[in-house]
Ligand binder design. Structure first.
Ligand code: ZN
Length: 250
């Protein structure tokens, strides 16, 4: 089986500008995620905001099956042109996994069609509940697992109703959040997953990593068996093959 080509995109600012974040992710969040998901099933590369074209050249996007996105303090520095390219790629079949504060990224807003607004607050212990245990993204994940500290993200989360909800987050002060949501967009699949605040070693947690790996498998492009169309091309009207036309005449 061909390997799934994964690009892990990270803004990569907190880690370079704040010492205490660099202690958690010395080589950047992208490098940690790339390392942690590394396995025979995936071919992993990374890209960051300050690279030319944010590291997302046509060559990179053309060779990406699943794009993982982490951004926070510089969403607005992502060019509209690149965000639009990502959107078109997703609608044509590329998988997209948006992590944590990527709820406010241009790519998430464009692809899912939302503000991404939510409530947020202090860092608290979180329990991530597996509310859809037969979903492929929940494979191997227990009923629930704890994160010692995570930034509170709380409802209402302004998103279109997810096609599938896989995880719910509960914070020790009582707030709840739809922390693992799936959507289909065009030929592509999108997964949003809330854990991953930069101050904490969340991307070292084995359940979090397993969920990301499962999501990569789930979001990988699906063979359609026909040529995918972009836009709204005119198909005329003469289509029904002769034999089938006879069938409809009966
Ligand atoms: Zn955060």
């Amino acid at each position: 089986m061909a390997k799934i080509r994964v690009t892990v995109w990270n803004e990569y600012r907190h880690e370079r500008e704040e010492e205490k974040i660099a202690e958690v992710y010395p080589e950047g969040i992208h490098a940690q995620i790339a390392k942690a998901i590394g396995c025979d099933d995936f071919e992993v590369r990374t890209a960051t905001l300050d690279e030319p074209e944010h590291g997302l050249t046509d060559e990179v996007l053309d060779n990406t099956d699943v794009l993982i996105w982490w951004g926070h303090m510089a969403h607005w520095e992502v060019s509209d042109e690149i965000a639009e390219k990502v959107k078109q790629k997703v609608y044509m079949g590329m998988g997209l996994i948006c992590l944590h504060s990527a709820h406010y990224s241009k790519v998430f807003q464009k692809v899912v069609g939302t503000t991404g607004n939510l409530l947020w607050g202090m860092n608290k212990q979180e329990i991530v509940w597996n509310v859809n245990p037969i979903h492929p993204i929940a494979k191997g994940i227990p009923t629930h697992f704890k994160l010692d500290a995570e930034e509170i993200y709380a409802e209402p989360f302004q998103i279109p109703e997810p096609d599938e909800l896989v995880f719910m987050g509960w914070f020790e002060t009582g707030y709840v959040f739809r922390s693992g949501c799936c959507w289909r967009r065009g030929y592509g699949r999108v997964f949003y997953f809330q854990p991953g605040h930069e101050e904490f070693p969340v991307y070292y947690n084995e359940n979090v990593i397993q969920i990301i790996k499962n999501a990569i498998h789930w979001a990988a492009p699906v063979e359609t068996g026909y040529v995918k169309q972009w836009g709204a091309p005119c198909i005329g009207g003469d289509f029904v093959p002769d034999g089938e036309l006879e069938f409809f005449k009966k």
